[in-house]
Design a protein around this ligand. Structure first.
Ligand SMILES: Cc1cc2nc3c(=O)[nH]c(=O)nc-3n(C[C@H](O)[C@H](O)[C@H](O)COP(=O)(O)O)c2cc1C
Length: 167
C-alpha cells in the first residue's frame, strides 16, 4: 500500500491549512507544514508587497527543517497559497531541496481567483515526479477566508485520491 504525506504552507488565514487538514483527516495520511525561519511580520498589505518582490527575484527563504524522510512516502500532496500567480516562496525553497524522482505529487493550491501559473510552476520545479489529481481551491477575492469552491467538490476530490492511491 502506498504511503502519503501532506506538506503545506499557509500564511494569511489558514486557507491552505484547512484543506491540508481535511485531506489528512479523510485519508489518514501524515501531515507536516512548512515554516520560514524568519517569520513575515508585516501586515497583510506589507506582506503582499514583500511577496511581490520575493516572487520577482525568485527568492528562496530559509525554511525550518521538516524532520521528515521523504524516502518513506510514495505520494506527496503539496499545498500552497498562490502568491503573485505562483507558489509562495517558502514552497519554492522546499521543492528545490528535495529529490522528486519516482514520487507521485498531488499539487493543490488556494487562491483568491487568480491562480496564474502556480500548478505549472510546481510541475517544472519537481523534476522527475509524476503528477496527479491537481486541484485549485478558490477563496474569496478579497484575500479572506470564505471558501468559494464547494465543500462537496473538495471531498469528492479527496475521496478520489484515497481510492486511487491508498487502496
Ligand atoms: C503575498 C500574497 C500574494 C497573493 N497573490 C495572489 C495571486 O496572485 N492570485 C490570487 O488569486 N490570490 C493571491 N493571494 C491570495 C491568497 O492566495 C489566498 O488568499 C490564499 O487562499 C491564502 O491562503 P493561506 O490562508 O493558506 O495563506 C495572495 C496573497 C498574498 C499574501
Amino acid at each position: 500500500m502506498n504511503k502519503m504525506i501532506v506538506v503545506y504552507y499557509s500564511w494569511s488565514n489558514g486557507n491552505t491549512e484547512k484543506i491540508a487538514k481535511l485531506i489528512q483527516k479523510i485519508t489518514a495520511s501524515d501531515i507536516v507544514h512548512i515554516e520560514t525561519l524568519k517569520p513575515y511580520t508585516g501586515n497583510y498589505k506589507e506582506v503582499v508587497e514583500q511577496g511581490k518582490r520575493e516572487v520577482e527575484s525568485r527568492f528562496k527563504p530559509e525554511i525550518k527543517p521538516l524532520l521528515v524522510d521523504f524516502e518513506n512516502y510514495d505520494v506527496i500532496a503539496i499545498g500552497t497559497p498562490t502568491w503573485w500567480y505562483t507558489m509562495a516562496p517558502a514552497v519554492l525553497s522546499f521543492l528545490n531541496n528535495q529529490n522528486w524522482y519516482g514520487k507521485i505529487i498531488i499539487p493543490f493550491i488556494t487562491d483568491a481567483g487568480w491562480p496564474g501559473h502556480v500548478i505549472d510552476d510546481i510541475k517544472k520545479t519537481c523534476q522527475g515526479a509524476e503528477f496527479a489529481q491537481e486541484m485549485e481551491i478558490r477563496f474569496d477575492s478579497n484575500g479572506g477566508n470564505h471558501m468559494e469552491t464547494a465543500e462537496s467538490k473538495i471531498e469528492e476530490w479527496i475521496m478520489k485520491i484515497k481510492h486511487t492511491f491508498l487502496k
